[in-house]
Design a protein around this ligand. Sequence first.
Ligand SMILES: Cc1cc2nc3c(=O)[nH]c(=O)nc-3n(C[C@H](O)[C@H](O)[C@H](O)COP(=O)(O)OP(=O)(O)OC[C@H]3O[C@@H](n4cnc5c(N)ncnc54)[C@H](O)[C@@H]3O)c2cc1C
Length: 248
Amino acid sequence: MKILVGIKRVIDYNVQVHVKADGSGVETDGVKMSSNPFDEIAVEQAIRLKEAGVAHEIVVVSIGEAEAQEQLRSALAMGADRALLVHTAQAVQPLLAAKILAAVVKREHADLVLLGKQAIDDDACQTPQMLAALLDWPQATFASSIQVGDGRAEVIREVDAGLETLSVALPAVLSTDLRLNEPRFIKIPQIMKAKSKPLQIVEFAELGIADTPSLRVLKTEAPAGRQAGIKVESVAELVGALKERGLL
Ligand SMILES: Cc1cc2nc3c(=O)[nH]c(=O)nc-3n(C[C@H](O)[C@H](O)[C@H](O)COP(=O)(O)OP(=O)(O)OC[C@H]3O[C@@H](n4cnc5c(N)ncnc54)[C@H](O)[C@@H]3O)c2cc1C
């Protein structure tokens, strides 16, 4: 089985994000960038499936500027076999990302696609679902457990009322939640080894996909500052304060 994993280069989750003075977006110049954390979980899951003998090849794919090769190399160092960058300098909205990934999935004849449940920059939570629709494949989102066998994937996902278990026929698109696994730590020898693993660059224009953005960002604003809290001396005082505010 060949697994394809999507990796988005995003602002590192430890960075305090600042909105640009003109409200046109957030500052990215000189800011630490990393792989979307949910995508690292997807890579880890693919590697575990390979270690279990379920998968034979893991291809990691990123869409964006040349710098995204850094995140692809990290995934190769974790244990992915091959990387592919669809190179474009333009902003990539979820629908376009899904169209590009669909084209790559068809080229690669992947049997399973693992994506993060959402990217922590736009928090859109749309690409996996749109990709499944474009491919006309089954989908299971927010996976906190994935078992693969007999041409099916059994996925446990968190829903409001508890846990839901789905069984989907492969090929399928699965998106990963935080509780699925803990990505492995990359050791120096693996980073060195990853340098010689194949990383192919495909120009976006080569894919022949029309880019018609469906979303327009009108303005980006920083959230209102948090109000100062109060310190309470006892549980009784806390309960009283909550009741006073109509919260209990
Ligand atoms: C990649 C990523 C994905 C995530 N996905 C999810 C997700 O799917 N679901 C989810 O629920 N969370 C998720 N989280 C975590 C969630 O985003 C954070 O836990 C949450 O945003 C923290 O909010 P905060 O601003 O209150 O944080 P902080 O201010 O850092 O507060 C953390 C906690 O400290 C305590 N605290 C802080 N200030 C006070 C105070 N004045 N008095 C008493 N207690 C206080 C509270 O318990 C508070 O929740 C994710 C985080 C990351 C990095």
